[in-house]
Design a protein. Structure first.
Length: 314
């Protein structure tokens, strides 16, 4: 049987003579030019800010570690920790209530979330601070019945309690939706498996569902924590001596408005930067199962296929 070699197309002369042994990726001229222009603009901006006397950098350095500023910083950090702790706990309870089959619990949780997410935080803080104008006394007793104990509202609602209540309740509404989304991200079969092993719903949530949902809960919770740090600046309107209120008290005396605001800005940036680093480590911790799965899949794909001896001899 003869083979007609004339019908076989031969490579063209240009393709045959093309040598790709020394081929390399072309130099990215456009990208390098963009980097040069960006760095030049950034350097000019930094130089302009550093050499602008109106920023008052010597005043910033003078008051950066001032005792009044540090005291306000401690107040902001304390408010953040307390409000986030209450917000996470109450948000978890609200999320579970929202997902429950009990119509009353689900309705009450939905109403709470609707109200505190639908009104501005600043308005909530002002309402809590002026609660005595609505309710001069706070009491505990039977509805439409006798009162067991009562307090003067002004003695209970101080700037500190008003700030904690406003920040915590507002945060609880947002954390409830974040946690609810994380719980919904876990496969429904996990609940069914836990019930098959005789676990109660509470134990299944604590031991199985919540640990798996943390991968979806941690990133937005980190964002909420950073937002909470900045939201504490709103308590200055109710005379709470936080970081912003402290720098305001100083520039009201020295009239150095911009330098003192820069002190607050630099402290906020420093705190949020540290929180960003911590958030990245926590996210990496809870995503370790994904990395293990990816490593196992890659190892499986790299395993050479073994061909039986009888097939190899054919």
């Amino acid at each position: 049987m003869s083979t007609n070699t004339g019908d076989i197309a031969s490579p063209s002369g240009d393709a045959a003579e093309r040598d790709v042994a020394n081929a390399h990726k072309p130099f990215p001229k456009g990208r390098v030019a963009a980097w040069i222009v960006t760095l030049a603009i950034a350097a000019y901006f930094a130089w302009s800010v550093a050499n602008n006397e109106n920023f008052g950098w010597h005043v910033v350095g003078q008051y950066f570690f001032d005792p009044v500023v540090i005291s306000g910083l401690y107040v902001s950090l304390g408010l953040t920790v307390v409000a986030m702790a209450f917000g996470i706990v109450l948000g978890l309870l609200l999320a579970v209530a929202r997902l429950s089959k009990d119509g009353l619990a689900s309705s009450l949780a939905s109403l709470f979330i609707w109200f505190f997410r639908g009104t501005p935080l600043l308005v909530q803080l002002i309402f809590w601070y002026n609660l005595s104008t609505l309710f001069p006394t706070l009491s505990i007793g039977i509805p439409f019945g006798p009162t067991f104990v009562s307090w003067d509202t002004n003695s209970v609602i101080s700037p500190m309690t008003a700030a904690i209540a406003g920040l915590a309740l507002n945060e609880a509404a947002y954390m409830a939706e974040i946690i609810r989304g994380g719980l919904l991200s876990v496969d429904r079969g996990q609940f069914e498996t836990a019930e098959a092993f005789g676990m109660t719903r509470a134990r299944a949530l604590r031991r199985i569902i919540i640990p798996q949902a943390m991968r979806s809960i941690v990133p937005p919770t980190g964002n909420q924590l950073i937002s909470m740090i900045k939201a504490t600046s709103l308590v200055s309107v109710i005379a709470m001596a936080d970081l912003l209120y402290s720098v305001q008290s100083i520039y009201n005396r020295t009239f150095e408005v911009v330098p003192m605001l820069l002190v607050a800005v630099l402290w906020y940036l420093l705190i949020t930067s540290v929180l960003n680093i911590g958030q990245s480590y926590i996210e990496r911790y809870y995503s370790r199962s994904d990395r293990r799965t990816g490593t196992a899949t890659a190892a499986k794909d790299d395993t050479p296929m073994l061909i039986p001896a009888q097939e190899a001899g054919q």
